[in-house]
Design a protein around this ligand. Structure first.
Ligand code: GLA
Length: 342
């Protein structure tokens, strides 16, 4: 059945994080931006004995009993949101759902958060009175409790509140936020390295636990509130993770003012420093992406960095509008396996 015959449908963008990486669970400031790639979730039938989830991208339909646990399948993101919506009384019984997506999965551009948020909206979250922030919080519960990934709040807030061309400046300790329009001559290229990553593979949780352990050792909560001088007492690993959190939060705050004052070069320098810290202190980069980031900067970009949870996936490059095509051509000739998302 086509999505045109849907009972209800919702379309939600993916996001790229410009700076403020690995600090959304450490109380930092983050700057994600919505991209022109979307997930659409359509509810086609309701009141069924089981859930049936189809996808234009993956072909095969997935069927599951209403109380079945997650199956390690892409459809889990939809099923977790359906279970949440049923528990809230927004929908009744099993649902037949169809998803379409122009967002690559496993590339660090929040296809999972977009799928959950779109499903919650298609199930009537807004009609039930939830604000965009409430929907984001509900989506994080689905990801934390049903999927089992202890992610922060950045992705859900970005895809729920942001539209393409706008940056969401989000204080993750309070959820206070503002939307800042991208200056007309700035271009953020979002590029898939071709090296996939998986958030559920335990590495994300391990890094997050190291950050929380550092905060506990210091007696400071959240970790981004620590001072660099405080960190000397920590073990080597905790010191590195904490140093990333503290310096990344400072970079993100400086980047927000560079964005508002249209200082592209300064924003780019902060991205380069962010990448170095993610590679050395947080240890979430990938050797191939380190080479791509260096190549982008050598080709004249203002800045470049790995984006999202890391270990592979996408990187983001800042250039002027006029230079972006030339920078892309250099990158693509050096790394033919990469692809542009925008
Ligand atoms: C993933 C998580 C986010 C955030 C980023 C790293 O995208 O879902 O909460 O922690 O990694 O910045």
């Amino acid at each position: 059945m086509k999505s045109g015959s849907a009972i209800r449908s919702a379309t939600v963008p993916g996001r790229v994080n410009l700076i403020g990486e690995w600090i959304d669970f450490n109380g930092g400031l983050v700057l994600p931006m919505a991209i022109n790639r979307f997930v659409t979730v359509s509810v086609l039938e309701q009141g069924l004995a089981e859930d049936t989830i189809g996808s234009d991208s993956f072909g095969v339909e997935h069927k599951a009993a209403l109380d079945a646990p997650p199956a390690g399948h892409w459809a889990d993101y939809v099923r977790g949101a359906l279970a949440f919506a049923r528990a809230q009384g927004w929908i009744e019984g099993g649902q037949r759902v169809q998803t379409t997506s122009t967002l690559p999965a496993g590339a660090g551009v929040s296809s999972s958060a977009a799928t959950i948020v779109a499903t919650l909206k298609a199930c009537g979250a807004e009609a039930a009175g939830l604000t965009a922030t409430d929907v984001a919080l509900a989506a994080r519960r689905v990801e934390n409790e049903f999927i089992g990934v202890p992610c922060g709040i950045m992705d859900q807030m970005a895809v729920s509140l942001c539209s393409p061309g706008h940056v969401l400046a989000l204080e993750t300790s309070t959820l206070s936020n503002e939307l800042v329009a991208l200056p007309a001559d700035w271009q953020f290229l979002v590029i898939n390295s071709g090296y996939p990553r998986s958030l559920a593979d335990g590495a994300y949780k391990a890094r997050r636990d190291e950050c929380l352990a550092a905060a506990t050792s210091l007696g400071i909560n959240p970790l981004c509130k620590a001072q660099l001088d405080d960190l000397n007492a920590l073990s080597e690993i905790e010191k590195r993770r904490a140093r990333h959190a503290v310096t990344e939060d400072a970079r993100s705050r400086q980047a927000l003012s560079a964005l508002k004052t249209k200082q592209r070069n300064e924003f780019g320098e902060l991205m380069i420093a962010s990448h170095a810290s993610l590679a050395a202190d947080m240890e979430v980069s990938h050797p191939a992406i380190n080479a791509m980031v260096s190549c982008a900067v050598a080709a004249g970009a203002d800045g470049a960095r790995i984006t999202g949870a890391g270990f592979g996936g996408c990187f983001v490059v800042l250039t002027s509008q006029s230079k972006s095509e030339a920078v892309w051509q250099v990158l693509h000739s050096q790394f033919p396996g990469i692809s542009r998302l925008n």
